[in-house]
Write a new protein. Sequence first.
Length: 102
Amino acid sequence: MPFTKTHSPSWAPNIFANKVVLCTGGAGTICSVQVAALVKLGCNAVITGRRLEVTEKVAAELQGLRPGAKVIGISADVRDYKAMEAAVERTVKELGGLDFLM
């Protein structure tokens, strides 16, 4: 079916508004850029990293990308099942759900 004006493009304004993404390794170079794009498009986010200080710093920078954005930095090792389970629970509790996992 050809694209028509009745179909919204994937970059339509607010398509990601109030969605929640959890990104493991979100404090790293590649993943933080992906999360930045989603935050700019309207997502709120939780990022995890092994070093709390770095993770919280990146979370604060990401939160500053869009007025009203909520970005939480959590120290967690992706190899630790319990830590990741706790990160998911905190994401749902503080941001109201979980729509995307990276």
